[in-house]
Ligand binder design. Structure first.
Ligand code: NOJ
Length: 564
């Protein structure tokens, strides 16, 4: 079977023209945890600039920066107090421009995160809404309602927030406001034209500065139908996600993106956008269409076990979905919201009955139990993670790499309650420990203060074992995870010349083999028995010297012209 995703054609010349993002390797930077230039324990924009050469040497095509805007950090920066500025703790707009220039000078594009579903409660608009009182235009930018029961003391509905706890919060004058996430993140009212106009202004602000693209946070949640009476939580839970659900994945959200698309297309080259939309696969193409955001994250691999059948099904399905939307697919194994994949793959697999979000659930359960070392196979986890990453980097479409995965970094489980930052931890009263463990500042040096992250400590505790994963312990060392990523990302530029993939049957249900039409082939052995190759020349192997086989839990890249 041959699968393909469309490449756009230039209207004037008829020549095939592939926008940069269709097959880009995008490196996700979580700015507060990447590199700290001023020694305050928090990563910053100058820190990113100082590592521009590292990013260039790694060979990524773009970076996506998680929010760096002014924020009270109630949700790691996804509570934005001002969309058109830089958090003073992270730098200034001048620092941002310098960073952009430094990355562009190295051929690296820059994608920024837009958080349109909610603001911070510290945003000027929300402060104004609190002061202005009920019935005011300022409250109309958010979702305020009267409560139920005597004196309106009960919330307008019994809905639960994504981070746990109630989704409605009462303000001093007795009204309630709606927040899908933490109470410090009030949801905006997207029926309000002022809200729509302000986000267009924000998009232009960053596009005018030279930003190449946008990642749209919870793109499927912006529009709502809050016609009274509001449904109960049980009623909400029983409703299908068919485009008419009151809160999630409504068809009318695409009116917003159609307007944004017109803005993106005013620029040359058009600005790109990728939707973070946790919706049913069948509805992902709506976000990925060229007339909507143009691309959407596919989180299927991130939720899968290290399993050949699951990986093959996911790749086949997503290439078909991407082709249906005329976009290219995206591939992700780790990000700032989930347990790192080296750790997920180092835990004993859950039974078949847990397939789906199995590996992810397993990671969360391990963290809750205090991350016992006895349950984690550290080396095996890294071996499988690297095999999966080398498989992913050879697939048609964009590959997302989360900072630290190029070091084979594990999740940090050992973070005391007093040091935790994730609102999930607080809102579930510690029942869910949350996402801090994948956000611990990066180790750049095997020794010294905060392992080279900054001059004076790190805002989340780094464990001792971080040193052996540090950049300086791996750079230039043949066989290290970092050098493997560097080599793969260099070769990827030769490999990603088309968007097609053909499966080759292996006769083994734990081995996947695919071919790209330009002569590149990739074999991943998900099992433990070596898989013999009928040719001896391997261009890249995640297991070091492969000697005519694909060792267990490894990936090799072959090229037919390299055949001996
Ligand atoms: C998705 C982001 O990835 C996550 O980190 C954040 O907590 C929520 N959206 C809310 O903004």
């Amino acid at each position: 079977m041959s699968l393909t995703a469309e490449t756009r054609t230039d209207a004037a010349t008829g020549a095939a023209e592939s926008p940069w993002w269709r097959q880009a390797a995008v490196y996700q930077i979580y700015p507060r945890s990447f590199a700290d230039s001023d020694g305050d324990g928090i990563g910053d924009i100058r820190g990113v600039t100082s590592r521009a050469d590292y990013l260039a040497e790694l060979g990524v095509d773009a970076v996506w920066l998680s929010p760096f805007y002014p924020s009270e950090l109630a949700d790691g920066g996804y509570d934005v107090a001002d969309y058109r500025d830089v958090d003073p703790r992270l730098g200034t707009l001048d620092d941002f421009d310098e960073m952009l220039a430094a990355l562009h000078a190295r051929g690296i594009r820059v994608v920024v995160d837009i958080v349109p579903n909610h603001t911070s409660d510290q945003h000027a608009w929300f402060q104004e809404a609190l002061a202005a009182g009920r019935g005011s235009a300022a409250r109309e930018r958010y979702i305020f309602r009267e409560g139920r029961g005597e004196d309106g003391a009960e919330p307008p509905a019994d809905w639960e927030s994504v981070f746990g706890g109630p989704a409605w919060e009462r303000v001093a004058d007795g009204q309630w406001y709606f927040h899908n996430f933490a109470k410090e993140q009030p949801d905006l009212n997207w029926d309000n034209p002022e809200v729509r106009a302000d986000f267009v202004k924000t998009l232009r602000f960053w596009a005018d500065r030279g930003v190449d693209g946008f990642r749209i946070d919870v793109a499927h949640m912006l529009t709502k139908d809050l016609t009274e009476p509001l449904p109960s939580r049980a009623e909400l839970d029983a409703l299908p996600f068919d485009g008419n659900h009151p809160l999630i994945d409504r068809d009318d959200v695409h009116d917003i993106y159609a307007e944004w698309r017109r803005v993106f297309d005013e620029y040359d080259p058009p600005r790109s956008a990728v939707a973070e939309a946790w919706v049913d696969s069948s509805r992902v193409p709506l976000y990925a269409r060229p007339e909507s955001l143009g691309q959407a994250f596919n989180f299927d691999l991130l939720q899968a076990d290290f399993d050949a059948a699951e990986f093959r099904r996911i790749v086949t399905d997503n290439l078909t979905l991407a082709a249906a939307s005329r976009s290219s697919s995206t591939w992700v194994l780790s990000n700032h919201d989930v347990v790192r994949h080296a750790t997920r793959y180092g835990l004993p697999p859950l039974g078949r009955e847990h397939r789906g979000r199995g590996a992810e659930k397993q990671g969360a359960a391990w963290l809750r139990a205090g991350g016992p070392e006895s349950a984690l196979d550290r080396e095996g986890g890294v071996r499988r993670a690297v095999a999966a990453s080398m498989f992913l980097l050879a697939l048609p479409g964009s590959a997302y790499i989360y900072q630290g995965e190029e070091l084979g970094l594990h999740e940090v489980a050992d973070i005391g309650a007093g040091e935790r930052q994730d609102p999930t931890f607080f809102r579930t009263e510690g029942e869910e420990v949350g996402r801090d463990g994948c956000r611990v500042p990066l180790p750049w040096q095997s020794e010294g203060s905060s392992f080279g992250f900054g001059a004076d400590g790190a805002h989340l505790p780094q464990p001792e074992w971080f040193g052996s994963f540090a950049v300086d312990a791996q750079a230039g060392r043949s066989g290290s995870v970092l050098e493997l990523y560097r080599r793969a990302l260099r070769l990827r530029h030769e490999l990603q010349t088309d968007e097609q993939l053909e499966w080759i049957e292996t006769g083994r249900d734990d081995v996947l083999h695919f071919r790209r039409p330009n002569g590149w082939e990739v074999v991943t052995n998900f099992g433990t028995e070596p898989y013999p190759l009928d040719r001896s020349i391997v261009v890249l192997s995640s297991a070091g010297d492969a000697a005519g086989t694909v060792p267990g839990e490894s990936t090799v890249w072959l090229h037919t012209s390299a055949q001996g």
